[in-house]
Write a protein that binds this ligand. Structure first.
Ligand SMILES: Cc1cc2nc3c(=O)[nH]c(=O)nc-3n(C[C@H](O)[C@H](O)[C@H](O)COP(=O)(O)O)c2cc1C
Length: 346
């Protein structure tokens, strides 16, 4: 059924079909019966494969990656489709339109996407209004970023504003310093900048944990375009600042896998199968350093159950989908959970 729907959706430009689907799912998310219908149409509940990571009891280890539901409007319907949890955002403190259109391209032959959305965001106030409508039993990660207009030297202020605002709504919070589409953002992954950022976020979290009476886990989301020595530096800082998880990876600026494609020259981050090996390599490198001390969320190019198992074997404790979900629909969540529940532990 999903392949027929996909054929229709792919008649529209990438962002148009994305907007149409998200508007429908947002509407469905406002009604319990429509949300339940989304679950039924998606094929019912996936096989149970519960796992506890960062102290959170996930019903299954397959989550929705950030960026699909940037405004937090469709969480209920997406959750009903079988995801173990949804990661909402990236949200920025103030609303911003993101980059000019077109900014999302399907590389259909490779089942990939290139995007340079640039954190289009409704801003914190509206985002949190949407989050308020999400069912309380649905687990939510919230992914936070900085406004494009905020100079890099003040970036930490934006992350702190977001951290404080989303804290009561999130089961965990992801610090996104790895999007290639906000100028300079990836520089925040570098040693000194990251040290300063994590130290300020760590202190703020400490204060928030005291005032709210619960310690919400913090996860750092990293780029696939980092060198081995950078992976080690990041791992040390994660330990030093008592981060609770690391998400590997965001999209890549590399194009070697799609070199001859007519759209390969489009600026932005690429996702889907051409990213798979690169992101798995980062998961493996992080795991060599961190062992099981800090859990890893494996993301990038998961299109089949075997791709997910590859991430688990490299050291991931959880996985997330974006592009594979676009190309293969909710059946992919079931396929992975089925594989996991029929023997292979994550
Ligand atoms: C159109 C699009 C928008 C994205 N927006 C975000 C975002 O706002 N924040 C973020 O952390 N990652 C974002 N991502 C990255 C995904 O969360 C994921 O890390 C990446 O696409 C690799 O996974 P995949 O190959 O399964 O798509 C976006 C990806 C795509 C395709």
């Amino acid at each position: 059924m999903y392949s027929a729907l996909r054929r229709l959706l792919f008649l529209l430009e990438a962002e148009q079909s994305h907007d149409l689907v998200m508007a429908t799912l947002a509407l469905a998310s406002r009604s319990k019966s429509m949300t339940a219908l989304c679950g039924l149409l998606a094929g019912g509940k996936p096989p149970s494969c519960p796992v506890e990571v960062m102290g959170i009891p996930f019903p299954n280890p397959v989550g929705l990656a950030a960026g699909l539901d940037k405004h937090g409007r469709a969480a209920n319907a997406l959750g009903a489709m079988g995801f173990g949890w949804v990661e909402l955002g990236t949200v920025t403190p103030r609303p911003q339109p993101g980059n000019p259109l077109p900014r999302m391209f399907r590389i259909t032959e490779h089942e990939a996407i290139i995007n340079r959305m640039g954190f289009n965001s409704v801003g914190l106030d509206m985002f949190l209004k949407h989050c308020n409508r999400a069912h309380s039993h649905l687990l939510k990660g919230i992914n936070i970023g900085k406004n494009a207009a905020t100079p890099l030297s003040r970036a930490a202020d934006d992350y702190l504003t977001c951290l404080e605002a989303v804290y009561p709504y999130a089961d965990y919070i992801t610090i996104n310093v790895s999007s290639p589409n906000t100028r300079g953002l990836r520089e925040l992954q570098q040693d000194h900048a990251l040290d300063t950022l994590l130290s300020r976020l760590g202190r703020k979290r400490h204060a928030l944990a005291d005032s709210h009476g619960n310690r919400v886990p913090l996860v750092l989301k990293v780029s696939p375009d980092i060198r081995a020595d950078e992976v080690d530096a990041i791992a040390s800082l994660l330990r030093q600042h008592q981060m609770d998880g690391v998400a590997a990876t965001n999209t890549t600026t590399a194009r070697n896998q799609v070199e001859r494609h007519v759209l390969s020259g489009e600026a932005g981050g690429m996702s889907g199968p051409p990213l798979r090996e690169k992101s798995t390599a980062v998961v493996a490198a992080l795991h060599r350093n961190l062992q099981d001390e800090i859990p890893i969320i494996g993301i990038g190019g998961i299109n089949t159950a075997a791709d997910a198992i590859e991430k688990f074997n490299a050291g991931a404790k959880l996985v997330q989908l974006y592009t594979g979900f676009v190309y293969h629909g909710p059946g992919l969540i079931r396929e992975i959970c089925h594989e996991l529940s029929s023997g292979q532990p994550p």
